[in-house]
Write a protein that binds this ligand. Structure first.
Ligand SMILES: [Zn+2]
Length: 496
């Protein structure tokens, strides 16, 4: 399994203050010509976790607002997916940007977040030296036409593209506060504003994973790798069904210096413990972190889930056969159920140590932006800069099967050099945005969204941890738009 999913290499363009203006036209073009855009953020903290998971959604919103007013976005990942119409399969041209940001106002940075980010290769020196500056809240006049984060966000709105996030309520609230306007007091106003800001819809791949794809787990890395595996199986099966292909630009000249070429899967799949950590397996997060003696290897976890599914299928088949023999019809069992109920049972059962509360706090783990691939050893690979091509241009796209099934595809036109530097998973926001977009495009294929709207089942639904219903991004008849938003919309749509 490691071999068949390891060959795709994703170029992530590193955007910071000293190349922001240079890359501006390319980013704008990528945004304007895309079919949909996936976003992800890295935050300086979230405040008390308990408030973020309160029973009342209105209270949750208040807690996230408080966090967004007092904390900041440290980096923003933007992945632009453009459907290639002339291709037979579902082929997307993908451009991934990772923006390092610096909030110029005071903000809280939590020790917990610092530790986590540093462990995962976040470079605070670089952030302070080269972060793209921004201020929060309402426009302050002056630079509303310049090239800055607020105008980039306005351009994103003007593009009217479907916006894709993973477990994205927190991302949406932070984006609003950091690049758009002061947050409205009420949740109904916020969702009304959002529905007008993104008329092509907001999509949450965590919701899509749980309710449409129905995978055994829905944390980002699991969902992404499971999509990649299923896509590979479609290709293997040879045939009739459509499958996903990705293309990346072949960057040349000094642009290459801004890019990290990131392999999609680690090669070390078979190393480390073989016993799977149940908690990590279900939630993508475990309180023991990297000191957990059990395996947090997502590849291994998916492999085991596949086996479990196959066994269940076989048993069902036998059962059905037997039932048929007894002339009794049996109702069709649905897909594999979530691992969570099982895990919660387990936790209650082996609760001699008294840690049952962990199960209730864990569903929010993904809120903390912590779960993504603990125990993962991703390394960044730099391309050799031997190509004497001097243009700062984007050459013709280079085709890579989205599952990495055919190596030959990859080797054409690229020279993958030996790793120049190895950092633990930097540019997470960019790569996380890429994974989010991948899940979305795969879900679109599986659900056969032939209509103009991509994945209508998931349109304008944001995932809510621990709730069976999503947050609807709508303007209801009794919710009003916020003043700041109305003013802002005149600026966004009024001119240009
Ligand atoms: Zn663990």
């Amino acid at each position: 399994m490691a071999e068949m999913t390891s060959s795709m290499i994703v170029p992530v363009i590193d955007v910071q203050n000293n190349n922001f203006k240079e890359l501006w036209p390319a980013m704008l073009l990528a945004i304007k010509t895309s079919s949909f855009i996936a976003l992800d953020t890295e935050l300086s903290g979230l405040g008390t976790r308990k408030a973020l998971l309160s029973e009342s959604i209105e209270d949750r919103y208040k807690a996230i607002c408080h966090a967004a007013r007092t904390r900041s976005i440290l980096s923003l990942g933007i992945a632009c997916y453009k459907k290639q119409e002339n291709k037979a399969d579902d082929t997307y041209l993908v451009q991934v940007y990772n923006l390092t940001l610096l909030c110029t106002e005071e903000y809280i940075i939590e020790p917990q977040s610092v530790q986590f980010l540093v462990q995962h290769g976040f470079d605070f020196n670089k952030q302070y030296a080269q972060g793209i500056p921004y201020y929060k809240g309402n426009d302050k006049g002056g630079d509303v036409h310049g090239q800055n984060m607020r105008t980039l966000f306005v351009e994103l709105l003007r593009a009217r593209k479907p916006l894709v996030v993973h477990n994205g309520l927190i991302d949406m609230v932070f984006l609003y506060q950091c690049f758009y306007a002061h947050l409205p007091e009420r949740l109904g106003t916020f969702t009304a504003d959002l529905s007008e800001m993104f008329p092509a819809g907001v999509f949450d791949t965590k919701y899509a994973t749980e309710y449409e794809l129905r995978f055994a787990a829905s944390y980002l890395e699991y969902a992404y790798k499971k999509c990649k595996l299923d896509n590979y199986k479609f290709v293997e099966a040879g045939g009739s069904g459509p499958h996903l292909f990705l293309e990346f630009c072949n960057y040349t000249g000094h642009l290459r210096d801004y890019i990290d070429y990131r392999p999609c899967s680690e090669e070390t799949s078979q190393e480390g413990p073989l016993d799977i950590c149940l908690r990590f397996s279900a939630y993508g997060w475990c309180p023991s972190g990297s000191s957990c003696p059990m395996s947090h290897n997502t590849d291994l976890i998916i492999q085991q889930d596949e086996k479990t599914k196959e066994n269940k299928r076989r048993k069902r088949k036998q059962k059905r056969k037997k039932a048929a023999q007894e002339a009794g019809a049996e109702e069709g069992d649905s897909t594999i159920s979530s691992k969570r109920p099982y895990l919660e049972e387990q936790a209650t059962m082996d609760n001699q140590g008294g840690s049952v509360t962990e199960t209730t706090s864990v569903p929010g783990a993904e809120l903390m932006k912590q779960p993504r691939g603990e125990g993962e050893t991703m390394t960044d690979i730099h391309m050799s800069s031997d190509g004497g091509n001097d243009g700062n241009g984007f050459c013709e796209p280079q085709s890579v099967p989205a599952d990495g099934a055919t190596e030959s595809h990859l080797t054409t036109g690229t020279t993958v050099a030996q790793p120049k530097k190895a950092e633990g998973g930097t540019h997470r926001a960019g790569f996380d945005a890429f994974m989010t977009g991948y899940i979305f495009s795969f879900a679109c294929i599986v659900k056969c969204s032939i209509s103009e709207t991509l994945l209508p089942e998931c349109q304008n639904k944001l995932y809510l941890s621990g709730k069976s219903i999503p947050l609807q991004v709508v303007k209801s008849s009794f919710s009003k738009s916020s003043k700041a938003h109305i003013h802002k919309m005149e600026f966004v749509w009024g001119k240009s």
